[in-house]
Design a protein around this ligand. Structure first.
Ligand SMILES: [Zn+2]
Length: 191
C-alpha cells in the first residue's frame, strides 16, 4: 500500500531530538513541527508557536509522526463498515496523499501524544469523543468527505475547492465584518 515517496519520507525523517528528560521543552517543539519532513508542515500546521513553552511532562512521544501513529495505532484499532466510495463510509490506504486528511491526522496525533502525557485521566476519552470521532466522521464520509473518490484499495486524486481571488481590498476594508453579514446572537447582539 505504500509507495516510494512514503518510504523515503519515513526513512529521512528527523529523529526525535529530545528524547531525554534533560530537554523537557523538546517534546512540544517536536510536536509543533507536525509531520516531520512531511507535507503537513507545509500546509499551515503551526510551526514554532509553542516551542517556547515547557512541556507539561517530559516524556517522549510514542510515535515519530502522524504517519506512524495512523499506521501502527489508529488504523489497526478502528473498525467501521465501509460502503463507499461515493456513499456511506470509505477509506483510502494512501490517506496521506490527501492533504486535508494528512493535516487532520497530524492534529490528532499531536493531541494523542498530549493526552498520553496528560495527568488528566479523561484526556484520552475527551480526545476520542471531541476529536478522533469528530474527525473520523468527516474523513470517512464516503459521500462528500475528502476520500469520497477513493476506496480502501483504490486511490483517486481528489480536487480541492475552487477559489477565485477576492477583489483587492475586499478584506482590508472590512466588508466581511459588515454586521448585515453576521448572524445575530441569542440576545440579538452581533458579534
Ligand atoms: Zn485516496
Amino acid at each position: 500500500m505504500r509507495d516510494d515517496n512514503y518510504n523515503d519520507d519515513r526513512a529521512s525523517h528527523e529523529p526525535y531530538p529530545g528524547s531525554t528528560e534533560s530537554e523537557p521543552e523538546s517534546l512540544v517543539a517536536y510536536l509543533a513541527k507536525g509531520f516531520s519532513n512531511g507535507r503537513a508542515r507545509n500546509l499551515g500546521v503551526p510551526e514554532g508557536t509553542e516551542t517556547d513553552k515547557p512541556a507539561p511532562r517530559s516524556i517522549p512521544p510514542r510515535f515519530r509522526h502522524a504517519g506512524e501513529w495512523v499506521e501502527q495505532w489508529l488504523a489497526p484499532i478502528v473498525v467501521r463498515r465501509l460502503t463507499g466510495p461515493g456513499q456511506g463510509r470509505t477509506w483510502c490506504a494512501q490517506w496521506w496523499k490527501h492533504d486535508e486528511v494528512a493535516v487532520r491526522m497530524d492534529a490528532l496525533w499531536s493531541g494523542w501524544e498530549a493526552a498520553r502525557a496528560s495527568k488528566d485521566r479523561l484526556a484520552m476519552s475527551a480526545l476520542w469523543v471531541h476529536h478522533i470521532d469528530a474527525h473520523l466522521r468527516v474523513i470517512l464520509d464516503g459521500e462528500s468527505g475528502p476520500l469520497h473518490m477513493c476506496g480502501p484499495d483504490e486511490h483517486n486524486e481528489p480536487g480541492s475547492l475552487p477559489v477565485e481571488p477576492a477583489p483587492q481590498g475586499w478584506f482590508e476594508h472590512g466588508r466581511h465584518r459588515d454586521t448585515r453579514l453576521i448572524p445575530a446572537g441569542p440576545n440579538g447582539s452581533r458579534g
